[in-house]
Structure formats: C-alpha cells, structure tokens
Design a protein around this ligand. Structure first.
Ligand code: HPA
Length: 273
C-alpha cells in the first residue's frame, strides 16, 4: 500500500474518532490572521499534537489546531496554524492536513496567507485574490506514487482557483466595499526572504505576490477535486522595492492592521459558499 496514503488515512481516522463533524468548507489561516476563530461558533477543537503522526508546526506564534464549527450556519473546519515546507517536513506532510480536511468532507478550500507585494502598484495592507500561481520553484506535493484513491496521476492545473469561488470573492468584496487586487502568487521555499534579483525575476515571470505557502496546498486540493480559492494579505513590498530590509515583525504588524477587513471578507465569502 502507498505509505503516504496509509499515513494520511490513519490521521484522518484519528480525527474522525475524536470529532464528529462534517465540514462543507475548509479554511487555512495565514500568519497574523489566526484570530478568525472568534468569528466562528466553535463546536470542537483538536490540537495537531493529539493526532499521532501529524506534522506539528514549529514556528513561534503558529498555533497548531483544527477548529470545527459554524460560520453563518456553514459547517467549517479551520486550520489555525499551517505546516510550512521550510520547517523541514516532507512535502507530503506539509499537505497532509489539506488532504485530511478533504477526507472529512470539505468540498471547498479557502486559503489565506501573508505575502510580499511583487506588483509595483500594490501597497502593504492590500488584499489580493489569487487568480493563478507559479509552483515551479518548490517541489510538487504530488511527487511520489500517486494517491489513486484521491486523484489522477497527471492532474490538470488550468483552473486551480475555481471561477465560481473567485466570483463569490469579487461579490463579497463589492458588497463590503473593500477594494481587492487580483493576481498571481508564487510560492518560494523560504525561510529566508527573497533577494531583489529574485523578485525582479518573479515579476518578469508574471508574479504579483510572493510567499512561502499556499500553492502546495492548492495543488493537493485540486488533485483531490476540491474547489479552491485564495486570498493574500500583502504585508510588505517584496525585497528590493523599498529601501528597507524585510522583517517578520512588519509582516505581523500589517496583517494585524488589516485583519478586521480580512475577517469580514472571509465571513462574507463563506456565507455564500
Ligand atoms: N516573501 C516571502 N514570504 C512572505 C513575504 C515576502 O516578502 N511577506 C510575507 N510572507
């Protein structure tokens, strides 16, 4: 049997044995956006450390647990704290939580992250709906024996960010009178920020925002047939754009500044999901 599939199923079974909840949507929270849970009628919580074999995040400030509950009546599973590739985990472990949320029944996935602005017209504090991504600079999460039970060997990636969900994001933003950017997100491995030359390259290649997550999760969810959408919080201009060094503190401060708007937007999206 495929080892990754076996491990994923084992963890999914542990979650199911501890929590009786069938989510419709899954939500992954990025850095600084972790307080979204207060907008949710939480019915159950499960710390990642209670799931044997589950990757546990090592980043300070990344609280690792699943929350199960309702947002505007919609059953949602929320990941408070994700696992990053730069922590040293195998890609298959980084994306295992996404697979588990799909196996619990979530048909839709909302991805969020903090990102650097590569597009020169962006500014810190902007929100960007992800329309497409560039995954070419990190290992594909689908390398290895295919998990036939979940999806096909050569999955199509022409429409990872679901057209209908993207329309729902646009409508939600319109309704709340929140201006959002739309653009392409490139995932880098991290943990170091990029160099100015790398950022110029990413801009030339068509990227609008850069970060260290999300794309691997989006690809995994698309592989298993989930409908995916994503929103980046542009917390800083990427390296070399402004005459100042990049700092994780700035990322957290800006995420903190826009979190109310971000949270309202996510709730409005879930309402219509
Ligand atoms: N680069 C990569 N990841 C990030 C950045 C950045 O500039 N800002 C927030 N996450």
């Amino acid at each position: 049997m495929n080892q990754i599939y076996e491990k994923t199923m084992k963890c999914a079974e542990i979650v199911k044995s501890k929590v009786d909840f069938k989510p419709e949507a899954a939500l992954i929270l990025g850095s600084g956006l972790g307080e979204y849970a207060k907008n949710m009628d939480v019915k159950a919580e499960l710390s990642y450390s209670e799931i044997e074999g589950f990757p546990v995040s090592t980043v300070a400030g990344h609280d690792g647990r699943f929350l199960f509950g309702y947002v505007e009546g919609v059953p949602v599973v929320l990941m408070k704290g994700r696992v990053h590739y730069y922590e040293g985990y195998e890609m298959s472990d980084v994306v295992m939580p996404t697979r588990i949320m799909g196996l619990l029944g979530a048909k839709k996935l909302i991805l969020t992250n903090a990102a650097g602005g590569v597009n020169l017209s962006y500014k810190p504090g902007d929100l960007m709906m992800i329309t497409d991504h560039i995954s070419a600079f990190v290992k594909s999460p689908l390398i290895g024996p295919n998990l036939e039970e979940l999806g096909t060997r050569f999955p199509d990636m022409s429409n990872v960010y679901d057209t209908e969900l993207c329309d729902k994001i646009r409508n939600a933003a319109d309704k709340l009178k929140v201006q959002i950017q739309e653009g392409v997100y490139v995932q880098c491995s991290g943990p170091n920020y990029e160099t100015p030359a790398e950022i110029r390259m990413y801009r030339t290649l068509g990227a609008d925002a850069v970060g260290m997550s999300t794309v691997c999760e989006a690809m995994t969810a698309a592989h298993m047939g989930m409908k995916v959408c994503g929103i980046s919080c542009i917390t800083n201009m990427a390296a070399g754009i402004l005459d100042q060094p990049l700092d994780h503190k700035e990322v957290q401060e800006v995420a903190d500044r826009v979190k109310d708007t971000f949270e309202k937007l996510v709730t409005e999206i879930i309402k219509t999901i």
